[in-house]
Design a protein around this ligand. Structure first.
Ligand SMILES: Cc1cc2nc3c(=O)[nH]c(=O)nc-3n(C[C@H](O)[C@H](O)[C@H](O)COP(=O)(O)OP(=O)(O)OC[C@H]3O[C@@H](n4cnc5c(N)ncnc54)[C@H](O)[C@@H]3O)c2cc1C
Length: 433
């Protein structure tokens, strides 16, 4: 039995790892060549900060026992999300406090390489670097029986037969277009038009350059939908990022970007950046919209095909839940494979939609505050966004509220946890201080 995974990013690697336990042969098809330590062409977001959401750690640990320790041993940095993370949301500086809530900060290529090395250890997984998926192969009606791939260098084509093909090609998602060609409906998209831009530069400085703090976040405000990140990563580097919505997207001109960063950064942070060596290149990335594709709502879908990762849903990257979602989908796949391949798409898409629901609601709700953001609104989002604004104000002086917010933002708790009476009393009770 063969499986083919299309795309060797985070979700493709995790899917291949799971499939290796169920199929004789797994082929991972990746358009980029292998071997570069820099962010790859196919993953341009790799130049921008990639935090593992709090929930990502336990999910990754279930997939790859010991991975968290491996990340730290090879140079990733452990960051306390309440005591080493300076958070300013909507103009409110969260109260810092000691806590067990920790995650790993490292560059995206570092995290991807850590996972890829685990996948390399499977002797039944072969990676075809420098090949791209071009078309599905259909056998009997209603079934995908493989995929045609083509070598990037010379266009030479090859057909791979497989009992299961998994589309992990990222936000573009090849399977969506293929469905139309095979006579199926494409999935509906729930969308939020965010028009978000990122611009980042690497900064050389030691992990303790800001004393205890290792990640600085200045979030957008209603009257200034632009923000700033300064985050530690491996190998004596930090990433400085300016992000913004609509007309407030950051400049790609190095000098103008520095001026925008200076206007947002806390003075001590700006002092560090100003006197450090900053890479000359500015890397930018545009996220026109966030979405979830409702494969779970389709009444007809071919056997032998699944879709995972960003091809299924893209949330706002500011909340850092993409890798966590990829891990959650891989665990859903592992679970569904136990029941066999027949009709696997139904259970897989249903459960995948469930695991991404709460992070999606949190991401779209938090964006719905901002001027110019349009599209999907969760039911009750008017009241919820009023409550969230009160909450970030309370987090300024109340460490319990700050912790509750950080747990939900990291997908560790459901957004409903914010409406627990003990938290509500602190948020809408009389203001202190
Ligand atoms: C600016 C930015 C910042 C982010 N920050 C965070 C963060 O802090 N934390 C977090 O968890 N997530 C973050 N994310 C999201 C995260 O990058 C993705 O959710 C995650 O990488 C999962 O992606 P994926 O594997 O599905 O797709 P990708 O990582 O995009 O990988 C898709 C792969 O498919 C390959 N491919 C495409 N087409 C083909 C084809 N036809 N044939 C073969 N191969 C193909 C590509 O080369 C690529 O390797 C961020 C995203 C952005 C844009």
């Amino acid at each position: 039995m063969n499986a083919v995974v299309l795309g060797g990013g985070m979700s493709g690697l995790m899917a291949a790892h799971v499939l290796a336990g169920h199929f004789e042969r797994v082929t991972l098809v990746e358009r980029d060549g292998g071997g570069s330590a820099d962010p790859r062409r196919g993953v341009p977001q790799g130049w921008h900060p990639h935090v593992l959401a709090l929930k990502a750690a336990p999910l990754l640990e279930r997939l790859f026992p010991g991975l968290g320790e491996e990340f730290i041993a090879s140079g990733g940095l452990r960051v306390g999300m309440l005591d080493q993370h300076r958070i300013n949301y909507y103009g409110h500086q969260f109260r810092q406090s000691k806590s067990e809530l920790e995650t790993v900060w490292a560059s995206r290529p570092f995290l991807e390489e850590g996972i890829r090395s685990r996948v390399r250890a499977h002797t039944n997984v072969t990676t075809r670097f420098g090949w791209e998926a071009v078309a599905p192969i259909s056998g009997p009606p209603g079934r995908v029986t493989g995929v045609r791939i083509a070598r990037i260098d010379d266009g030479e084509a090859e057909d791979l037969t497989a009992e299961l093909v998994v589309d992990a090609t990222g936000r573009g998602g090849r399977a969506r277009g293929w469905l139309g060609e095979m006579g199926y409906e494409a999935p509906r998209e729930d969308r939020v038009q965010v028009n978000l831009g990122y611009a980042s530069r690497l900064v050389e400085c030691a992990p303790d350059v800001l004393g205890h703090d290792r990640a600085i976040v200045v979030g957008p405000k209603l009257d200034r939908p632009r923000g700033f990140y300064f985050t530690v990563q491996e190998a004596g580097q930090w990433t400085m990022t300016v992000f913004g919505y609509g007309d407030h997207r950051p400049s790609v001109d190095p000098d103008r970007l520095m001026a925008q960063a200076e206007a947002l950064a806390p003075p001590d942070v700006w002092e560090v950046i100003r006197s450090a060596r900053v890479s000359p290149e500015v890397h930018s990335f545009q996220v026109p919209r966030t979405f979830r594709r409702r494969y779970d709502r389709l009444s007809r879908f071919p056997e032998g095909l699944l879709v995972t990762g960003d091809a299924l849903a893209v949330l706002n990257p500011l909340y850092g839940t993409g890798i966590m979602s990829s891990a959650a989908y891989a665990l859903v796949l592992q679970e569904r494979l136990r029941e066999g391949l027949d009709g696997i798409h139904r259970g897989f898409f249903r459960d995948a939609a469930r695991v991404v629901l709460e992070p999606w609601l949190f991401s779209s709700l938090s964006d719905s505050f901002l001027p110019g953001v349009k599209g999907f609104r969760a039911p009750g989002s008017g009241v919820a966004s009023w409550y969230l604004r009160r909450m970030v104000a309370a987090a300024q002086h109340d460490a319990t509220v700050a912790a509750a917010f950080v747990r939900v933002a990291g997908a560790l708790d459901s957004p409903l946890a914010l409406a627990r009476p003990a938290i509500m009393r602190r948020v809408i009770g009389p203001r202190k201080g």
